[in-house]
Design a protein around this ligand. Structure first.
Ligand SMILES: Cc1ncc(C[n+]2csc(CCOP(=O)(O)OP(=O)(O)O)c2C)c(N)n1
Ligand SMILES: [Mg+2]
Length: 342
């Protein structure tokens, strides 16, 4: 099968979301950016051990989340370490997330025994067991297989980077999912770097989506800094999954605004001009804001209120996390063994 592109929605602005939905999504995006910035500061103060920032990836994470929120029931999420937006949108609150980065008592995913964002919150239907690149991808395929066997109308979605797309796990997962027409969405957040290695040295193709054709799977390439483009592509992929037509690979092209993690120095391999240009032209939050104001969906006053609310929430989360205690020794095994999934 050729690398088939999915027909784009032809509705005005390409979405079925109401203005209220869009404002809700934008408010979450502003909160995500504010929280991410504060977490980075906590790292610089020596209070958060390691951070992989989501800055630049906000639209890919929230656009796909909103699509599943509106077009599927009880989806399963298999994100990776950069996907703070998925956790926030799924309802893990900013204080719990900050507690996680500071490895304090009350962290919901692993009891603060893992790298930030790793572990699982089954009530929020999020599983991300490991920092080993791409391991979440076969997990999502297994989850989709389980849904198919049980006859459930449930979509699983997994997120991974451009670097991860060269891992055997990803290819095996895509191959299996496509053969068995499993209800899974592969969403690649292509920020053009795997730590310091640029895409050109990772693969000999420009589009990761081209790989889908090798498995007989449709794919789509979207501007991953545009909330609505990601939303639409994910809605169509979810529909295909629910119709029994199998998986889709979505490649969201976007920018990583900060070093790979707080332990990395990107000035050693990235030109400052390149980064400067990316920030000017590809900031998902600024782009979404401009779209909402130009289309008169949001006033400048509303925008300022959203900013203020986000700031207050992040301040509150920081205070709660700063005053939280250290994890207790006696809950050491709590997150180790499986709990029953309802
Ligand atoms: C199997 C494996 N190999 C190498 C690493 C070290 N490592 C951690 S993140 C990373 C780069 C991943 O890049 P990409 O998939 O593009 O995701 P990004 O961080 O850019 O979002 C590497 C090589 C690892 N954690 N696991
Ligand atoms: Mg990358």
């Amino acid at each position: 099968m050729a690398n088939k592109r999915i027909a784009k929605s032809n509705k005005l602005n390409g979405s079925d979301l109401t203005n209220e939905d869009l404002l809700d999504a934008y408010s979450t995006m502003v909160l995500l950016q504010a929280l991410d910035k504060r977490i980075w500061i906590m790292n610089r103060q020596g209070k958060a051990a390691i951070v992989a920032s989501s800055q630049g990836h906000e639209a890919a994470q929230l656009g796909s989340f909103w699509a599943l929120k509106h077009h599927s029931v009880n989806p399963w999420f298999f994100p990776y370490y950069r996907d703070l937006g998925i956790y926030l949108a799924a309802g893990i609150n900013p204080a719990e997330l900050m507690i996680g980065y500071m490895a304090k008592k009350g962290e919901p995913l692993s009891g603060a025994r893992q790298f930030p964002l790793h572990g699982a919150d089954l009530s929020k239907r999020i599983i991300n067991q490991s920092n080993v690149v791409a391991t979440q991808v076969p997990h999502a395929v297994g989850s989709a297989l389980a849904s198919k066997i049980r006859g459930e109308q449930i979509v699983s979605i997994t997120y991974f980077g451009d670097g991860a797309s060269s891992e055997g796990d990803v290819h095996e997962a895509m191959n299996f999912a496509s053969i068995h027409k499993l209800p899974v969405i592969f969403l690649c957040e292509n920020n053009k770097y795997a730590i310091s290695v640029p895409q050109k040295l990772q693969m000999a193709v420009d589009d990761i989506s081209l790989r889908a054709s090798g498995y007989g799977m449709p794919s789509d390439v979207v501007d991953g800094t545009d909330f609505l483009q990601v939303y639409n592509a994910t809605v169509e992929a979810a529909q295909r999954a629910l119709d029994g037509d199998g998986p889709t690979l979505i490649e969201a092209k976007l920018e990583r605004f900060l070093p790979h993690t707080s332990d990395d120095d990107d000035t050693r391999y990235r030109e400052p001009e390149e980064l400067q240009l990316a920030k000017q032209s590809s900031d998902p939050v600024a782009k979404f804001k401009e779209f909402l104001i130009l289309n008169k969906i949001m006033t400048k006053e509303q925008s300022a209120q959203i900013d203020e609310r986000a700031k207050a929430e992040v301040n509150n989360a920081t205070n709660i996390a700063e005053s939280a205690g250290q994890p207790d020794g006696d809950d050491f095994y709590e997150h180790v063994y499986a709990t029953k999934v309802e």
